[in-house]
Design a protein around this ligand. Structure first.
Ligand code: NAD
Ligand code: 6OD
Length: 491
């Protein structure tokens, strides 16, 4: 499409195996320099309806008749096709998110393929319970459960790990025999459309994977969650959005899976392996410019190493290289958008008003080139706030942490748990007995000891409190994306 004198790519909805335009379009920006990457077709209610209709129809077609073995084989072909187009996905994801190419190369794109492989294998091998039951007349009955698809799954995803989080839900949903309508974040539409091309190549029938683009309220997101013919909704994003979606979905009494925000703690004991811990906590705070739901925004450090720890973390933060996502030496890209940078900067300002000491950062860097049109921000370390401060209680979702000292294990546990969120925690100690003991007291869904974001896709993933409802991962995903039917046979 010609816009002024430039050729601008158009990202289209994908419905029933076809790419579909719409009347309204919105711009997809590269956060590294603010340039327009593409125009994106916004789906209206009719297009969302068409996507859900196509997904419903596909359940009755070839897809609905496939056995588990063949479904799994096709999902492996999807993974093969992602790997074959690795560089293509990589370029699109880096342009959309501004994340360093080195990060997307090792995390986002390989994980997309891995998501398809793990759930393809799992669905073939996961057993279900069976019970031999004594009947009142002294005979026997056999109970056994079978899995059935739920139907059409509405999948709504955020911008921070776009392809990783989309495939984290699409793969198990398809493995269980469902069809899907996905609504990717308006900020990062590109890889969902590439995945549509891959699905076709891999022999996934038309209508099984549909993509609608748009925003949340009064746009494709809300139209999808309101749709009466969607059987379940799985959502990753902000806790407040989760609450809005829950209200919408409640009318239809449908299953929901919510992976929401976090205000995660890292707890550092004096006996930790100091260097390993500095590196680990630095990753936990700054990876992806702090835009990972699992990032640690609260760091609690045993008082005897507090000053040294803060100083070394500062050196580490100051050594991180901000720059073009395409350069291999870049450690930190920009935030996702101007609006998000304004939000994070408002917390940097609030922190000062609340009485924080800014150990490093606290503003916008000057990069001296076109990247200054992008949405870069300085990695920031704060100290000195009370636990009640808003900056210690609210999710900021940027490259920032508050570091506070503690004197006893009990105090550390109390402070780490003093939050309405409950997604993840990390514990840093060379005393493994203490590691187990403290980990078991964390009110979260996921605790790492001496590591962070080390993922085994078979493990339960999710949060408590404002961080979510339900668990995905491994058999937990299979259980969410299928209906279990218990059959009791009198023998
Ligand atoms: P967001 O909630 O603003 O948007 C997420 C998605 O929901 C987008 O596709 C958006 O268009 C859609 N949406 C917004 N309002 C909607 C509505 N009323 N109805 C239907 N859809 C709607 O989140 P974001 O800013 O894209 O992502 C950042 C947030 O996601 C952070 O809070 C982060 O912690 C969280 N997150 C959580 C996890 C997890 O696994 N727990 C993973 C990644 C991100
Ligand atoms: O690794 C995963 O499976 C996962 N769901 C990660 C979520 C990261 C949040 O930003």
């Amino acid at each position: 499409m010609r816009r002024g004198s430039r050729l601008v790519k158009v990202i289209q909805n994908h419905i029933d195996g076809k790419f579909v335009r719409s009347v309204h379009e919105f711009a997809d920006l590269n956060p590294a320099d603010g340039s327009v990457i593409a125009q994106v077709c916004e789906a209206d209610r009719d297009l969302v309806d068409a996507a859900v209709g196509a997904a419903r129809k596909a359940l009755q077609g070839e897809w609905g008749r496939l056995g588990v073995r063949e479904r799994a084989a096709r999902l492996h072909r999807v993974a093969d096709a992602i790997e074959a187009r690795f560089e293509y996905f990589l370029t699109a994801e880096v342009a959309d998110t501004g994340k360093p190419v080195s990060l997307a190369r090792k995390l986002d794109i390989p994980r997309a393929a891995a998501n398809f492989r793990i759930f393809a294998d799992l669905v073939k091998s996961a057993g279900l319970e069976s019970f031999q039951t004594e009947t009142p007349d002294g005979k026997n009955a056999l109970n056994y459960a079978i899995r059935k698809p739920l139907g059409v799954i509405g999948i709504i995803t955020p911008w921070n790990l776009p392809l990783l989080l989309l495939t984290w839900k699409v793969a198990p949903a398809l493995a269980c025999g469902n069809t899907v309508v996905v609504k990717p974040s308006e900020e990062t539409p590109a890889t969902a459309t590439l995945l549509a091309e891959v699905m076709q190549e891999a022999g996934i029938p038309n209508g099984v994977y549909n993509v609608v683009y748009g925003f949340g309220p009064n746009s494709a997101g809300e139209f999808l969650t309101q749709h009466p013919d969607v059987n379940a909704v799985t959502f990753t994003g902000e806790s407040q959005t989760g609450a809005a979606i829950m209200k919408t979905v409640a009318a239809g009494v449908k299953p929901v899976s919510f992976e929401l925000g976090g205000k995660n703690a890292a707890v550092v004991f004096g006996d930790c392996d100091f260097e390993e811990t500095i590196n680990g906590v630095s990753d936990a705070v700054f990876l992806n410019t702090g835009q990972v739901c699992l990032c640690a925004e609260r760091v609690y450090v045993e008082r005897k190493i507090f000053d040294r720890f803060v100083d070394e973390l500062r050196k580490k933060a100051e050594s991180l290289r901000l720059g073009s996502p395409l350069e291999s030496a870049t450690n930190l890209g920009p935030l996702i958008s101007k609006q998000h940078r304004e939000k994070v900067l408002s917390y940097y300002k609030l922190a000062r008003e609340e009485g924080a000491q800014v150990v490093t950062g606290g503003g916008v860097p000057s990069l001296g080139n076109s990247l200054d049109n992008g949405f870069f921000i300085q990695p920031t370390i704060l100290t000195g706030l009370p636990e009640s401060a808003r900056c210690v209680q609210e999710e900021i979702f940027g490259p920032v942490c508050h570091v506070a000292p503690f004197d006893t294990e009990e105090e550390a546990v109390h402070m780490a748990n003093d939050t309405k969120y409950g997604l993840a925690a990390s514990i840093w100690t060379s005393n493994l007995k203490r590691g187990h003991h403290v980990a078991q007291q964390m009110n979260v869904g996921i605790t790492w000891v001496n590591c962070w974001f080390l993922r085994d896709l078979r493990t339960p993933f999710g949060g408590v409190g404002l961080s979510g409802i339900g668990r995905e991962g491994g058999v937990h995903s299979l259980n969410f994306y299928s209906e279990l039917n218990n059959i009791c046979i009198r023998l």
